[in-house]
Design a protein around this ligand. Structure first.
Ligand SMILES: NC(=O)C1=CN([C@@H]2O[C@H](COP(=O)(O)OP(=O)(O)OC[C@H]3O[C@@H](n4cnc5c(N)ncnc54)[C@H](O)[C@@H]3O)[C@@H](O)[C@H]2O)C=CC1
Ligand SMILES: O=C(O)[C@@H]1CCC=N1
Length: 269
C-alpha cells in the first residue's frame, strides 16, 4: 500500500484537525480517503463542504476503516472518546494522538496494549502548509513513517527520542504561534493609535512577521545576530528594545514558555 492509498480518519473535527485535513487535501490526498467523526452537526457540514470529505457523527464508523487514525479532541475529552474504540480498529492501524499531555501509556490503557500509538505535537500553521510538528513513538517504524507522510503534507516534522521532551515541544512550537500572534496584535493596534488605517497596520505587522520568520528559517545567522542587524545604535529599534527590556519582556516570555510546559505536564496527570 502506498501512502496515497491510506485511509485517514480524524476523531474530533476542530481547529487542529482542520489544519491537518487542509494540508492533506492541498498535498493531493484523495478526499474519499479522508473521514472525520465530529459530534457537532454544523461543524460536520462545514468540514465536508470545505474539503469534500466524509463527515460522520459516530466515532466507531470513522475508526473502523482507518489505516491512520488521528485523535484530535481536547485532552480532557480523550478518555471518554477512545475507551472501547480499540475494538473497532484494524490490527495494523496507526493511532496518532495530537492531544497535549496525554501519554502513550494512558492511550494504551484506554485503547488496548497492542495499539500502535504515535504522539504528535503539531501547530496551526499546518493550515497554510507551514506547520512544525514533532512526533514521539515507541511503535514500529512503519507507524512513524505513515505519520510523517501526514505531517510533511502540512509543513515540517521532526522526531524526539524521549516522550517527556514533548512538554517543551508543546510550549515552543505547539503553543508558540499564539505568542507571535499576540505580539502582532499589539503592534497592529499601536500602529492604528499612531494614525495608520487598520488595513495598513495589519498588513505591516503581518508581512513583518512573515519576513522575520523567513529570515530565521533561511539565514544561517542566529536570532540574536538578526536582531543586532536591525538595531542601529541610538536609533528607533534601540529605543523600542530598551523599553522591552526595562519592562521585562524577555523574563515574561521565559516564564510564559515554562508555564506552558508545566501545564502540559499537568495534563499528563
Ligand atoms: N489548536 C492548536 O493550536 C493545537 C491543538 N493541539 C491539540 O489538538 C487537540 C484539539 O485541539 P483543537 O482543535 O484546538 O480543539 P477544538 O475544540 O477546536 O476541537 C476539538 C473537537 O473535538 C470534538 N469532540 C469533542 N468531544 C468529542 C468526542 N467524544 N468524539 C469526537 N469528537 C469530539 C469537538 O466537537 C471539537 O470539534 C487538543 O488535544 C490539543 O491539545 C495540538 C497542537 C496545537
Ligand atoms: O493550548 C493548547 O493546549 C493546545 C496545545 C498546543 C496548542 N494548543
Amino acid at each position: 500500500m502506498t501512502m496515497q492509498d491510506l485511509n485517514i480518519a480524524f476523531i474530533g473535527g476542530g481547529n487542529m484537525a482542520e489544519a491537518l485535513i487542509a494540508g492533506l487535501r492541498r498535498a493531493g490526498h484523495a478526499a474519499e480517503r479522508i473521514i472525520v467523526a465530529e459530534p457537532q452537526a454544523a461543524r460536520r457540514d462545514f468540514l465536508s463542504n470545505s474539503y469534500q470529505i466524509k463527515a460522520v457523527a459516530e466515532n466507531s464508523v470513522a475508526a473502523s476503516a482507518a489505516d491512520l487514525l488521528v485523535l484530535a479532541m481536547k485532552p480532557q475529552q480523550m478518555k471518554a472518546a477512545v475507551t472501547g474504540l480499540g475494538l473497532h480498529l484494524k490490527g495494523d492501524t496507526s493511532v496518532i494522538s495530537i492531544a497535549a499531555g496525554v501519554t502513550t501509556a494512558s492511550m494504551r490503557a484506554w485503547l488496548g496494549a497492542a495499539a500502535n500509538i504515535v504522539r504528535v505535537m503539531p501547530n496551526t500553521p499546518a493550515l497554510v502548509g507551514a506547520g512544525m510538528s514533532v512526533l514521539f513513538s515507541d511503535a514500529d517504524e512503519l507507524h512513524k513513517q505513515r505519520t510523517e507522510y501526514l505531517l510533511d503534507a502540512c509543513g515540517e516534522s521532526l522526531r524526539v527520542e524521549k516522550e517527556s521532551q514533548l512538554h517543551a515541544v508543546t510550549a515552543l512550537s505547539g503553543s508558540g504561534p499564539a505568542y507571535f500572534f499576540l505580539l502582532t496584535e499589539v503592534m497592529q493596534a499601536t500602529g492604528e493609535k499612531l494614525g495608520l488605517s487598520p488595513e495598513l497596520a495589519a498588513k505591516l505587522a503581518a508581512q513583518t512577521a512573515l519576513g522575520a520568520g523567513k529570515m530565521l528559517t533561511e539565514s544561517d545567522r542566529s536570532a540574536a545576530e538578526l536582531r543586532h542587524q536591525v538595531t542601529s545604535p541610538g536609533g528607533t529599534t534601540q529605543a523600542a528594545l530598551d523599553v522591552m527590556y526595562e519592562m521585562g519582556l524577555p523574563d515574561a516570555v521565559r516564564k510564559a514558555v515554562l508555564a506552558a510546559s508545566k501545564r502540559s505536564e499537568e495534563l499528563a496527570g
